[in-house]
Ligand binder design. Structure first.
Ligand code: UD1
Ligand code: CA
Length: 479
């Protein structure tokens, strides 16, 4: 039987060991808040509601959850996930107390799934399996065997065999010597019928080593009431690993990146080294994409068929069309406006594409060239040391080394229009607003302040003058 699912995400804890002013669940993994990974996963379960229990930094956490980009799952064209709801826990008196705060919003006809906001790598399939174990009737615990179980709640069973009945969860600080030897631990994740949860939460007390209301005490009540307790044991430890310190955060970041790299390679993407790959957003790749070492992808990035990315590139919020090549140390960030690199374009090394750079097919952008809010038509080239901002550049334009668009007059930005087949010499300044007529040529070193006619050679600089037999001044004798 499948009952409606209500998810409670515990996220009120302080995270003392992070030694940070930022609430723990807002620390980032793969460019997103830890808690966002958890709420995304919950959304994949088609939950009826997701209730986040907040406490430490509650306002900051709730505000972050309300940001439009919080739920990435919603953008993937899937069913819209439920809005996040909140329950405040103030002060924080333990995990049982945390779930108690969500109780008024929970409905008795459903199953409650309890998650932690600091356990980011949990997978929807694992939670589905746990929910199936609960079956709308049983208390299902997600467990794991660990070589070093120190610090975790231990799964106490009626006998030694692995299938023996679960009797209780005993916290590290309350455990006997014998119980501390148990290597099966409670992950912090459980699923159970809400009507039973409600009854059991009312019975909790804080008579234990930490004087906290332990959610884990409900296992004893289930056993006493004759309700079946099942342990769904997994072996993939990172899925239930929590983040308590910067060191654990870094370790999980690596694990997360390794998993993303494996997924991409399974799709055929060729990564030079999956250990030197970072994706902090979404990456969609066509066929035969090659990515060299130390690249960072951020935001939403799409790479077409046969795209090659050289080493040490940063690519964010961009679409790179088929066959384009980004050479080493290229930096692209489209931010809100996006960047588009046309098919067969060659970018870099050391190029910088900023928001609104729209490059057509076969465009060449070379070293130390910066493009911002500018459209370059197919075949345009700017190969060395240049700035093109707020401009429209026609087909096959050749833009010389050291030339810039002076697009800013100190108060306003103006546009530069360079029509098709124009050649701009080296070291020119194009003072916007200005239009350079099609097929024209601009001599090197020109400062262009007015429109230029099509087809003409325009030179705007001091004429070269030579003085024959020029005698340089001599140094005066001193005495
Ligand atoms: C808990 C479990 C333990 C399990 C471990 C797995 C209890 C009593 N113990 O222990 O059996 O092995 O998780 O990591 O449940 N939180 C609140 N409010 C509170 C206390 C905690 O929201 O008052 C949140 C924390 O922010 C965190 C989660 O609950 O997201 C777990 O809290 P934590 O203090 O890490 O629990 P542990 O003592 O580690
Ligand atoms: Ca913990």
């Amino acid at each position: 039987m499948s009952l409606p699912i209500d998810v409670v995400v515990m996220a009120a804890g302080k995270g003392t060991r992070m030694k940070s002013s930022l609430p723990k669940v807002l620390h980032r993994l793969g460019g997103r808040a830890l808690l966002a990974h958890v709420t995304d996963c919950a959304a994949r379960l088609s939950a009826r509601q997701i209730i986040v229990v907040t406490g430490h930094g509650a306002e900051q956490v709730e505000a972050a959850c309300r940001q439009p980009d919080w739920q990435r799952f919603a953008e993937a064209g899937r069913p819209v996930p439920p809005d996040l709801k909140f329950a405040r826990q103030e002060p924080q008196l333990g995990t049982g107390h945390a779930v108690q705060q969500a109780l008024p919003q929970l409905l008795d006809d459903g199953v409650t799934l309890v998650l932690s906001g600091d356990v980011p790598l949990i997978e929807a399939a694992t939670l589905q399996a746990l929910l199936a174990e609960s079956g709308g009737q049983r208390l299902a615990l997600l467990t794991l065997r660990l070589p070093d179980p120190t610090g975790y709640g231990r799964i106490v069973r009626a006998g030694l065999e692995a299938s023996a009945q679960v009797r209780a969860i005993v916290e590290q600080k309350d455990a006997s010597e014998a119980q501390r030897a148990i290597d099966e631990i409670y992950s912090g994740i459980m699923a159970l019928p809400t009507r039973l949860l409600r009854v059991w939460l009312e019975r909790l007390d804080n008579h234990n080593a930490q004087a906290e209301f332990y959610l884990t005490d409900i296992v004893k009540f289930a056993v006493a009431d004759g309700v079946a307790v099942v342990a769904h044991r997994i072996s993939d430890a990172p899925q239930v690993a929590g983040v308590n310190s910067p060191s654990q955060l870094a370790a999980l970041e690596r694990e997360y990146q390794r998993r993303q790299a494996e997924t991409l390679m399974a799709q055929g993407v060729r990564l030079a080294d999956p250990a030197r790959f970072d994706l902090r957003g979404t990456l969609h790749c066509g066929q035969d994409v090659e990515i060299d070492v130390n690249c960072v992808f951020d935001g939403a990035v799409t790479l077409g068929n046969g795209v090659r990315i050289g080493p040490n590139c940063v690519v964010a919020n961009a679409v790179i069309d088929d066959g384009a090549v980004l050479a080493a140390f290229t930096h692209i960030d489209g931010e809100q406006l996006g960047v588009r690199v046309g098919a067969g374009a060659r970018i870099g090394p050391f190029a910088r594409l900023r928001p609104g750079a729209q490059l057509g097919a076969e465009v060449h952008i070379g070293n130390f060239v910066e493009i911002k809010n500018a459209t370059l038509a197919p075949g345009a080239k700017a190969n060395h040391l240049a700035y093109i901002g707020d401009a429209t550049v026609g087909e096959r334009v050749n833009y010389g080394a050291g030339s810039i668009t002076a697009n800013y007059d100190g108060a306003n930005k103006h546009r530069t229009v360079i029509e098709a087949d124009v050649h701009i010499g080296s070291n020119c300044v194009l003072v916007a607003p200005v239009t350079l007529g099609a097929g024209g040529t601009v001599g090197a070193g020109s400062v262009i302040t007015g429109n230029t006619p099509a087809g003409a050679l325009t030179v705007a600089r001091g004429r070269q003058t030579s003085y024959a037999n020029w005698a340089r001044p001599l140094k005066k004798a001193t005495r």
